[in-house]
Write a protein that binds this ligand. Structure first.
Ligand SMILES: NC(=O)c1ccc[n+]([C@@H]2O[C@H](COP(=O)([O-])OP(=O)(O)OC[C@H]3O[C@@H](n4cnc5c(N)ncnc54)[C@H](OP(=O)(O)O)[C@@H]3O)[C@@H](O)[C@H]2O)c1
Length: 359
């Protein structure tokens, strides 16, 4: 068998070069890539070590404001299914009694109790503090507080009654400050606890029609970030959750007066069921995750708007770093399409006004 001496000498020159210098950049690139992979793997491995220890819901006392309806009721049911003792807080007593019956159907042991408290969480701090004290006397210190009481109003900025701007801040913002203030000292003494703030996707992006609502939900994020920094050394973890449109009495009511633009923009993502949203919120709160989002849209929004918010897992931090640029690109397309919906609605309205005048 004959071999081509030219070809074999070329191969041996490539395999055993007289000098390694030409290959140096390639080798350095390989080494750098190996370091990056090893570093990422190491971070993934130590991630569970720096994450908070999950809260055991079995036997825990969970207070849910807004627990008589919608997302709050589903959160109460989800916690009850995991063995928690529940205090439901809302204003309407008959709705509270009805919700209590529904929650009790999901008991996993015969020791579990559901307590109902009728109070307006947004009006008088001393009243809120006193009912929380009563609940703690009956069911023990609060292990987890879920601030879910809230309401929504949509409409064009100049058409929303100025009084509604105040009332939304009262219910959605102060209605979360007061119950939190009432439980935080005991949580700090016990060096444990979870506080959940139920914001909204409208608390991550300002959309047409939500000038009053968005402001009240963005406020929760600021409160949560500052509070988390204060209470982390006490082993207390804060979760802010941003539910998408969810099929509840609140959404049905809001839809009656929603501007067309807001409706069309909302339709670009679907409507979730409260049980599905509650499952995600409870899971994230138990794990002590700061950000809690539902579905792919929610995931993208949370990564995009993470800013200086705390992370409780290295995995989450890495995902935010890697995905930020791509998600911003996608978001720009969304913003463009929302702007064009608003422009089209305005043109249609002006055209129909002009037609009315002509008639
Ligand atoms: N549904 C959605 O599409 C959606 C999306 C994102 C975020 N969210 C947020 O999720 C939370 C729950 O909404 P939801 O849709 O489940 O509404 P929902 O079914 O209307 O429930 C609202 C709950 O809050 C209570 N509540 C309202 N004002 C209160 C007050 N001043 N003091 C005490 N309790 C009060 C209500 O009971 P009473 O009226 O008897 O007091 C009820 O239990 C709200 O914060 C809302 O902004 C909802």
């Amino acid at each position: 068998m004959s071999s081509d001496p030219g070809w074999s000498s070329a191969v041996s020159a490539w395999l055993f070069p007289s000098s390694w210098w030409p290959l140096l950049p390639f080798i350095m690139l390989l080494v750098a890539a190996a370091f990056v992979v090893a570093f990422v793997l190491l971070l993934y491995m130590i991630s569970p070590l720096i994450s908070p220890k999950p809260l055991k819901l079995n036997g825990a006392h969970v207070v849910v404001t807004g627990g008589s309806s919608g997302i709050g009721k589903s959160i109460a049911i989800e916690c009850y299914k995991q063995g928690a003792f529940i205090t439901l807080v809302a204003r309407d007593e008959s709705k509270l009694v009805q919700a209590k019956k529904e929650v009790e159907k999901c008991a996993v042991n015969d020791k579990q109790v559901v307590l109902c408290i009728s109070v307006d969480v947004s009006k008088d701090y001393s009243q809120v503090e006193s009912v929380i004290k009563q609940a703690q006397e009956k069911l023990g210190p609060v292990d987890m507080l879920v601030n879910c009481a809230g309401t929504a109003v949509s409409g064009k900025f100049e058409e929303v009654d100025v009084e509604r701007f105040r009332s939304l801040m009262e219910v959605n913002y102060l209605g979360s400050v007061y119950p939190t203030r009432a439980v935080i000292t005991t949580m700090k003494e016990r060096r444990m606890g979870r506080v959940v703030f139920v914001s909204s996707q409208a608390g991550q992006i300002g959309l047409f029609g939500y000038t009053a609502y968005s402001a009240s939900k963005f406020a929760l994020r600021g409160l949560a970030e500052a509070l988390q920094m204060e209470v982390k050394p006490y082993n207390i973890y804060v979760t802010v959750t941003y539910p998408p449109d969810t099929d509840t009495p609140c959404l049905t009511e809001e839809n009656k007066t929603k501007p067309l633009e807001t409706k069309l923009i909302s339709e670009t993502s679907g409507v979730c069921q409260p049980e599905q949203v509650a499952k995600v919120i409870v899971k994230d709160a138990v794990q002590g995750n700061f950000n809690s989002s539902v579905g792919p849209d929610g995931y993208m929004l949370s990564a995009l708007t993470c800013g200086m918010s705390p992370v409780t897992s290295i995995t989450e931090g890495l995902q935010q770093i890697v995905t930020m640029g791509l998600f911003r690109t996608i978001a720009l397309f969304y913003l463009g399409s929302f702007d064009s919906i608003v422009r089209r609605c305005m043109i249609q309205r002006e055209q129909s006004k002009a037609a009315d005048k002509r008639e």
